[in-house]
Design a protein around this ligand. Structure first.
Ligand code: G6Q
Length: 556
């Protein structure tokens, strides 16, 4: 068993969960008019209501005591002070330094990193200005109005999610595309609709060794040169975002067209760094800065607020309550804002890659359930798809509902309809509908007793399904920045509670290594398809089946 499950606070929470098993949230609300006031927090332009979770004051106190027992405040201090908290990779974790515009110093290995951070941000700012004002032009003298970001994972999901989320802030006439998948269809689809003379390729890769990104970047470069562009014009159409100057240079990108960041910026925490260049080019540098400032406002709240008033901490603690004491193995992210349609995918990586771990930071079995499965879709689309399971499935799924009070694009009564759906869903999940209510309703509607007997069980909603609501005035660069930082810190706090290292991702390595060994065995890459026997029977069988088709179809 891990450290945390042995603490008296953990045991005491388990006792509370057992004691509350016969009490419904519906009753809790009926008996206590003050839940909303007590179980809500406002900070950095966001309002969190966590009252629709099966908690009491006693549980909230015990959760806060758990946070103290695992020394969450000490862990937070260690992160901000640049200690090497990512122990398995011997790295500091300092994405907060990237969005601090004050003169505060951040030290990594005794060196203040705030100056290089500022210098790189200034370089990005100048580049954006030059490109937007047409001073940085393509090789035929045309302005570059299109950006193709080539990256994957942390070098793709964040920038793409933010660019989509901030569509109302797009600079008129500019286009941004994101290519990540090594599936050639992804790049081909984009190349089909862009003009090489007006396109800037932004090759985003922290390591600059990632197979998918390098393959896409090489193919994009070949396409660009095939369009008739001379070799020396690559400098005008390709820039790199990376920590690896040698590989950037070897690829053929001039280091003066390279925007740097550092190994203390984790891939999935990197949109605030040079990795945000595609965001800044699409929405303007001032709006990019506002995104950073919004995140910083949440950082300041996270850094200074006591546990029970601390939004990321309470979101994390309620998440632990649902995951470990209420049996919620899955967590839905449900943005009621179409522009946040990539937020579930972004948080899937942020959360699952960070906390999908089975050993503690010291390598011992963790002994408790860790990160839940994260999934989601924008409301109201999800309502017509998977909410059935949220309401009546056999498993408890917790959820976050996210909505702006005001729309960026008001259109008739659309936003009122959207908001009413968001609020209705959280109420329905919490209250449910009893058999007695179903029967009474059906009787009022004039149904016969046999009809009621047959249908009533299907129309019962158990309720007691936990949800958080996160609302804001409008989805702006600043509120989006705060929202992302909220989740980053929530994930960090949960990692501290479970005792895992939230900043490594060894679980993605094995597949990469195996893919390298299979690549030469795929026909058309192999000079001649061999009968493959060096894997398990299933993998061998699939390779041989695919190879047979591929060797018979020489067009491939
Ligand atoms: C994120 C991960 C991972 C990474 C990609 C791309 O935290 O480390 O998703 O971002 O594998 O890596 P590169 O940026 O090095 O190409």
């Amino acid at each position: 068993m891990s450290g945390v499950s042995k603490t008296s606070e953990w045991q005491s929470l388990a006792d509370s969960a057992a004691a509350l098993s016969d009490i419904s949230m519906r009753d809790m609300f009926a008996e206590d008019q003050g839940r909303f006031e007590r179980f809500s927090i406002e900070a950095a332009g966001l309002f969190l209501d966590y009252s629709k979770n099966k908690i009491t004051d006693e549980v909230a106190d015990k959760l806060a005591a758990l946070a103290v027992a695992v020394d969450i405040e000490g862990a937070r201090k260690d992160m901000i002070e640049g200690k090497s908290i990512n122990k398995t990779e011997s790295r500091a974790v300092l994405h907060v330094a990237l969005r601090d515009f004050a003169a505060r110093a951040y030290h990594v290995d005794g060196e203040d990193v705030s100056q290089p951070v500022r210098a790189e941000r200034d370089k990005m700012k100048k580049f954006c200005a030059d490109l937007h004002q047409g001073m940085f032009k393509g090789h035929t003298g045309k302005s570059l109005d299109t950006v193709v970001n080539i990256g994957i994972g942390g070098s793709d999901l964040g920038p793409q999610m933010v660019v989509d989320a901030l569509r109302p802030y797009w600079i008129n006439g500019r286009r941004a595309f994101f290519v990540s998948n090594v599936d050639g269809q992804h790049l081909s689809d984009v190349l089909a609709v862009i003009d090489p003379e007006t396109t800037l390729f932004v090759v985003a890769s922290k390591t600059f060794t990632t197979q998918e990104t390098l393959a896409n970047a090489q193919s994009a470069k070949a396409w660009f040169l095939n369009s008739g562009a001379p070799e020396d014009s690559v400098a005008k159409h390709f820039v790199a975002l990376s920590t690896n100057e040698a590989s950037v240079t070897a690829f053929g990108i001039d280091p003066k067209n390279m925007f740097r960041f550092w190994d203390w910026v984790g891939g999935r925490y990197s949109l605030w760094s040079a990795i945000g260049l595609s965001i800044a080019l699409q929405i303007g540098f001032e709006n990019f800065e506002n995104l950073l400032r919004g995140a910083h406002a949440m950082d300041e709240h996270f850094r200074t607020a006591p546990v029970k008033e601390n939004m990321p901490m309470m979101l994390a603690l309620v998440g632990v309550w649902n995951r470990n004491f209420q049996g919620a193995a899955a967590h839905a992210v449900l943005p009621y804002d179409q522009h946040l349609h990539r937020l579930p995918a972004y948080l899937q990586q942020a959360d699952m890659e960070s906390n999908g771990k089975t050993v503690t930071i010291d390598g011992a079995p963790v002994g408790v359930e860790t990160g839940p499965v994260i999934f989601g879709e924008p409301g109201t689309n999800g309502q017509h798809a998977f909410y059935q399971l949220l309401h009546q499935g056999t498993d408890i799924v917790s959820s976050d509902f996210i909505a702006p009070a005001l729309s960026q694009s008001p259109l008739g009564a659309h936003h009122e309809m959207l908001l009413s759906n968001f609020l209705a869903q959280t109420e329905a999940l919490m209250r449910g509908k009893t058999e007695k209510e179903v029967r009474a309703e059906m009787a009022t509607e004039g149904h016969s007793k046999p009809e009621i007997d047959a249908l009533a069980p299907h129309k019962v909603f158990p309720g007691d399904r936990p949800s958080n609501s996160i609302v804001m005035e409008k989805l702006t660069p600043a509120t989006l920045g705060a929202l992302i930082a909220l989740y980053e810190h929530k994930i960090f706090c949960q990692g501290v509670i479970w005792g895992v290292n939230s900043f490594d991702q060894w679980g993605v390595e094995l597949g990469k290594v195996l893919a390298k060994s299979i690549l030469p065995e795929i026909a058309a890459i192999a000079a001649q398809a061999q009968h493959v026997t060096d894997h398990d029977a299933s993998t061998n069988g699939l390779i041989n089946w695919i190879n047979e088709i591929r060797t018979n179809n020489k067009g491939e």
